[in-house]
Design a protein around this ligand. Sequence first.
Ligand code: 5BU
Length: 280
Amino acid sequence: SVAALRYEARAEAYAPASAARALLATMVRKRSNLCVSVDVTRAADLLAVVAAVAPHVCLVKTHIDIVSDFSDDLVVQLQALAQQHDFLIFEDRKFADIGNTVSLQYAAGVHKIASWSHITNAHLVPGPGIIDGLAAVGEPLGRSLLLLAEMSSAGTLARGEYSRECVRAAYAHPFVCGFIAMHRVDDDEAPPAGQAKKDFLILTPGVGLDSTGDGRGQQYRTPDEVVRASGCDVIIVGRGIYGALLKEGVARADAIAEVTRQGERYRDAGWQAYEARLGA
Ligand code: 5BU
C-alpha cells in the first residue's frame, strides 16, 4: 500500500504539471496534510477564515455556490492568498451530470471553476463520460480530479462494488488523481491486467476532534483514525476549525484567533497521525 510511503516519495507518480503533484509538494513543504473546508456564506468571512488558517493548510476547500455575495474579486483575493501562503484550492463541486453538461458547468457560468480551482470532484453515477467531460476542460489547465468513492454521511450509497468501480475508472483515466473516501479504497481493487499498482490520493471529510456528528448525518472521526488507522492522505476539516465564527456572542477578533488555534491543532494532529503511520 502507498500508505507506507512518505509523501515526497509519492510525488513522482504524478505528472510534473499536475495539481496532485503540486499538492504533495505543498504538503511536504508545509508539513501539513490539512485541508480546511470553508463553508461560510459571506465572501468576507471566507477570506477571513482562509487568512486565519493559511499558514497551517495545504489545501482550501470551497463550496463557491453558497457564497451569497460572490464576485470575481473573491476569486482574485483567494488566489492572492494561495500565492502568498502556499496552498492549493479545491472546489467541492461534486459534478454529477453527463460529459457535455459537466464541461459547461466546469468551464463557464458565474463561477468558472476550472479557471481557479486546482482540484475538483465528481460522482461516477453518470458513468465514465463524466470524467472525459471534465478532463477536456481541466487537463489542459493541469487540474486534477477526485472521484467520490465513499462519503462520510450516514447511510451513504457510495460503498462496496460502487467504490471499487470508482477505482477501476480511475485506472482508466489519468485525469483522476484519487478519491474522496473513508479508507484506502485503492487497496480493495487489483489494478487492471498488465497495469502496475498506481498511486492515488485519498482525501477524507468527516474529521473532528470534539464531536462525533452534527445531528444531520455527518459522522466525525479523529485525524488518527483517518490517517493512521485508515491510511488516508489528507484530512478535510470544516466546522471543527471555523466553528467559533458561527457562535453568537463571540467577538470577531476572538473568533478569528480561535480559527487559527484550531487550524494549528488539526494540522499537528494530522501530521502526527501521518508520522505514526510511517513509524508503524
Ligand atoms: P464539516 O463542517 O467538517 O462537517 O464539513 C465537511 C465538509 O466536507 C463539507 O463541506 C461537506 O460538504 C464536505 N463533505 C463531507 O462532509 N462528506 C463527504 O462525504 C463529502 C464532502 Br464528498
